[in-house]
Design a binder for this molecule. Structure first.
Ligand SMILES: [Zn+2]
Length: 57
């Protein structure tokens, strides 16, 4: 399972509603709206994940 970096929900890679590549890594989303949010400011969500924060910002 992957984690939706926007809302923090667990997402099955095979059933993900949307996905995108960023800095060589693929991110999966529960909904296209989460992908759109991520793409507005991907660094914000990637940084939060790297820092080990949980859940939504
Ligand atoms: Zn989501």
């Amino acid at each position: 399972m992957a984690k939706d970096p926007v809302c923090g929900m667990a997402v099955d890679e095979k059933k993900a509603a949307a996905s995108t590549g960023y800095q060589g890594k693929t991110y999966y989303f529960c909904a296209s709206a989460c992908k759109a949010t991520f793409q507005k400011d991907p660094g914000k969500y990637v940084t939060a994940e790297t820092a080990g924060k949980k859940g939504c910002a």
